[in-house]
Design a protein around this ligand. Structure first.
Ligand SMILES: [Zn+2]
Length: 271
């Protein structure tokens, strides 16, 4: 039995005022009839699903490959190469010479970006609770397995923050391991996108308990500010999430998504 926790204050700005956009969104586990709310913050217009499992239980659900957090075809899709979109280019072209940099990637999935970056940087570690890339050396299941004396210059979160119950806590935990002047690259769902605004709880990024957080321009700015990062580049674009892993996959939606701005791509410098 999953222990669900209600979060009525905004997970980003803590405002107690929010609107219930939908009171019974199904989870991605088709075998379960559990539902969760989709809420919108009055203050920063962030969207989140509540109730949800707490962070520690979420990680256990990923480790055990639970259908509550992992789509039906996810396992196969995650191992396939993704389209190398905007985000991949932002990171791999960040600097011509990154040979003296330490790289940390959180949520490596199938390890595609990690493999590219390993060729470029001096030292790299990845963190991935699922076992999709466990064959790759230096991908570990949590940060405690990385030597304590190591600090990093580059931090990457690709499609990770939306999976967490508390984005500020999660990002802060890794920020503490960054050197002064470090650079962060982070990608997550854009709830200001036309597809999101039109489809609301039907939007294909709404996939509890896999996804729980959907960012407005204001909520992403607050996330950065509250974790000690200054945004240097902010882009919108289609995401490169494995298409057939979505519960709502169909060709029409796929086309809309490929043309949409459903994802934020952020580059930020450590303050
Ligand atoms: Zn808020």
């Amino acid at each position: 039995m999953i222990d669900l926790h209600h979060r009525r204050e905004c997970p980003i700005c803590n405002s107690p005022k929010s609107l219930i956009l939908h009171d019974a969104v199904s989870t991605i586990n088709e075998e379960s009839n559990l539902t969760t709310e989709l809420r919108e913050c009055d203050e920063c217009s962030h969207w989140w699903n509540t109730p949800s499992p707490r962070q520690a239980e979420l990680i256990d659900l990923y480790k055990s490959g639970s259908l509550y957090v992992i789509g039906k075809n996810w396992d196969v899709e995650t191992r396939k190469p993704r389209e190398e979109g905007v985000f991949h280019t932002m990171i791999t072209n960040f600097k011509t010479d990154m040979s003296d940099m330490n790289y940390l990637e959180v949520g490596c999935g199938g390890g595609q970006l990690f493999r590219s970056m390993r060729e470029k940087v001096g030292l790299c570690y990845g963190i991935e609770p699922g076992d999709w890339a466990s064959d790759i050396e230096d991908i570990v299941v949590d940060i405690n397995m990385i030597p304590e004396n190591l600090s990093f210059d580059l931090l990457v979160f690709q499609d990770v923050i939306e999976h967490t119950e508390d984005p500020i806590d999660t990002l802060s935990m890794y920020t503490d391991r960054m050197r002064p002047g470090a650079t962060l690259f982070v990608a997550f769902p854009n709830k200001d996108a036309p597809n999101a605004q039109r489809e609301r709880e039907q939007w294909d990024m709404i996939r509890p308990f896999g996804h729980l957080q959907y960012f407005s321009k204001k909520s992403l700015s607050l996330l950065m500010e509250n974790t000690g990062w200054e945004i240097t580049t902010l882009r919108k674009g289609p995401n490169t999430f494995p298409l057939t892993a979505l519960k709502t996959y169909n060709p029409f939606r796929t086309l809309k998504r490929l043309r949409g701005n459903d994802q934020w791509y952020v580059q930020a410098g450590k303050l």
